[in-house]
Design a protein around this ligand. Structure first.
Ligand code: NAG
Ligand code: NAG
Ligand code: NAG
Ligand code: CU
Length: 608
């Protein structure tokens, strides 16, 4: 793998993004070793105008999005994170990083660590073991304070699609694409311009941290060659557009072989969920270097009238906007998903899965109505996390720290996945599945009809701590016929995020070789908040010492001082006060919004 990465990085020019150079330096801790990358980060709220409308966002060291981390495989990353939010906890999840031997650094509050309290500092210390495209995103406490939640989701209703934290801007495009139009054009919302040289090959890295939407991404007049998905190489395949679900990352190669006297749109349209009208794609400009690009307005006085697009493209023309995709073309979506296969070349072969599994878990995704609250549930349990991080409760055997009930590994044979649930109620719980070390697990994620008849939604599922093989996708309820004919054991791709199509199933396989407590959940943020996730506790007895500070909350608050806790002696700590119905109190959730970034030279986008 190293060799291929080397080949790619030396043979092709990467697309560096602006944020890279500007913001990385501030306050770095001294780290002499070249293989250690050190960062000193302050997380705080700030006002920003990602799509020209001022909103409250979470920034890192005063910037949005946060700094880009550039590292090599094998490097250690040290992020010394200070929470300056005043009122709520924060953690950061390193999406796609497997956290080998450092499960406590995964950045999931209530699972792998205590939330970092306001004013506190926490040191993330982990190794990036594998080259690839990843990102990180913050998970702040979700205290169900509607105001706070709302203020961070100001743009949800508008659904702006942002590329590198920037969206559409200004009024110069006219009412055609923009409904809410601001005269106040500034650098925070001017479009990203990728400057490229003609007749070269570029690698474009794309990571999607969308909250709700799935995207169709394309580069006008340029065919893309897909080479990487979720940090793993795939068979090269040419595509005109990528279907990107929340949590996916990709690399594509493009050849800059088009007419250099014009500029081209890079667009991201919402798919899989009906987009609001008028359509407002996220837009970026591909600019051949032969075209001079004007200085960004930040370096010159703001114009008194809104600039027109041409001001940013040296007065050269732009080709017409790409044709919007049909949002509900699931046939096309499945065809795209099935094109992604593991690379098996002379230089590099993605490992194949074990030919059989030791344990299979079927996870039924349902939408439920629990006494008036719409929830999502897995095998009839809607996820609520306890106050004590599960890693601590499990490692130290604190019975009070989690549900004692074992979650189901299948669902009733008479459950009709094509119909709304007959009984829409579900239970609450922490849904912890316990795995021994070194066994092969299959998970079938089974989609179902929601509460509304003839409706089922797309759910991209993300596993922490692992890559998994995607064995296949299928329609309806997974059956023994699928077992024999619809699973690919020959060249399934390795990923950490995978889509489940409406009324369909997705099958994955992985080996439990990474001790830790790993969430497996729908990456659509509101779905996770509403319970759509489970927890895999893997060989917890093999988790090594956890650094101090990680578990200083809940029932494990004292373990750091006394590191002698045993299962029979939970320090006499009080049990968490149960809320009505035996539901554990909701701790800070690891779901939430905002703060994300791209690693290395990334084209990254999200909808907030
Ligand atoms: C992290 O930051 C805190 C607060 O600025 C500082 O006291 C501490 O020494 C830093 N730790 C490291 C390892 O740099
Ligand atoms: C980071 O973790 C490594 C491996 O456990 C350890 O040797 C190193 O001292 C840690 N660095 C800091 C600054 O704590
Ligand atoms: C799910 O759980 C609820 C509440 O315990 C129960 O009423 C319902 O019948 C269960 N549904 C299924 C499909 O098991
Ligand atoms: Cu979902």
């Amino acid at each position: 793998m190293g060799s291929l990465f080397l080949l790619v990085s030396t043979a092709f020019f990467l697309i560096p993004l602006i944020l890279q150079t500007c913001f990385m330096v501030s306050g770095e801790v001294k780290c002499s070793d070249q293989k250690v990358k050190c960062y000193d980060w302050n997380v705080e709220y700030m006002y920003w105008k990602p799509d020209c409308v001022e909103s409250l966002v979470m920034g890192i060291n005063g910037n949005f999005p946060g700094p880009t981390i550039t590292a090599k495989a094998g490097d250690t990353i040290l992020v010394n994170l200070t929470n300056k939010l005043h009122t709520e906890g924060v953690v950061i999840h390193w999406h796609g990083i497997r956290q080998l031997e450092t499960p406590w650094a995964d950045g999931t509050a209530a699972i792998s660590q205590c939330a970092i309290n306001p004013g506190d500092t926490f040191l993330y210390n982990f190794t990036v073991d594998k080259a690839g495209t990843y990102f990180y995103h913050g998970h702040y406490g979700m205290q169900r304070s509607a105001g706070l939640y709302g203020s961070l989701n100001v743009d949800v209703a508008d659904g702006s699609i942002l590329i590198n934290g920037k969206g559409q801007f200004g009024c110069s495009l006219g009412g055609e694409f923009i409904t809410k139009c601001s005269q106040d054009i500034d650098e925070q919302c001017q479009p990203e311009v990728f400057n490229i040289q003609p007749k070269k090959k570029y690698r474009v890295r794309i990571a999607s941290t969308t909250s709700l939407a799935s995207l169709s991404f394309s580069i006008g007049h340029h065919t893309m060659t897909l080479v990487e998905a979720d940090g793993n190489y795939v068979q090269q395949v040419e595509v005109d557009s990528l279907n990107i679900y929340s949590g996916d990352t990709y690399s594509v190669l493009i050849e800059t072989n088009q007419d250099p006297s014009t500029n081209y749109w890079i667009s991201a349209y919402q798919i899989a969920r009906k987009p609001p009208l008028p359509l407002r794609p996220g837009l970026t400009i591909l600019n051949y270097k032969t075209n001079p690009v004007l200085d960004a307005p930040s370096s010159s006085p703001l114009p008194s009238t809104p600039p027109v697009w041409n001001d940013f493209t040296g007065g050269k023309s732009l080709t017409p906007l790409p044709t919007p995709p049909v949002w509900n073309d699931f046939t096309g979506g499945k065809s795209f998903a099935n094109k992604i296969l593991a690379l098996q070349s002379d230089q590099l072969t993605i490992p194949k899965p074990p030919t059989s599994f030791d344990r299979r878990i079927v996870l039924l995704n349902t939408q439920n109505n629990n006494n008036g609250y719409i929830r999502w549930s897995i095998n009839n349990v809607s996820l609520v996390l306890p106050t004590t991080p599960l890693l601590g409760s499990l490692k130290y055997g604190l019975q009070n720290g989690l549900d004692s009930e074992k979650p189901d590994e299948d669902f009733p044979s008479n459950y009709d996945i094509t119909k709304p649930p007959v009984n829409p109620n579900s239970k609450y719980g922490s849904s912890v599945y316990k795995f021994d070390y070194g066994i092969t697990i299959d998970v079938i994620i089974q989609n179902a009809n929601v509460l509304k008849p003839d409706t089922s939604e797309v759910h991209p599922w993300h596993l922490h701590g692992h890559d998994f093989w995607v064995l296949g996708y299928g329609e309806g309820r997974f059956s023994s016929d699928d077992e024999s004919s619809n699973l690919n054991l020959k060249n399934p791709p390795l990923r950490n995020n995978v889509v489940v199509f409406p009324h369909g199933w997705t099958a994955i396989r992985f080996v439990t070789d990474n001790p830790g407590v790993w969430p497996f959940h729908c990456h659509i943020e509101p779905h996770l908040h509403m319970g759509m996730g489970v927890v895999f506790a893997e060989a917890v007895n093999r988790i090594k010492r956890v650094p101090s500070g990680v578990l200083e909350c809940g029932l494990t608050a004292k373990t750091i001082l006394e590191d002698s806790i045993t299962s029979s002696d939970p320090l006499g700590a009080p049990s968490p006060s149960p809320s009505p119905g035996g539901v554990p109190r909701l701790g800070p959730m690891w779901a939430v919004n905002l703060v994300f970034i791209y690693l290395v030279y990334v084209g990254y986008m999200f909808v907030n």
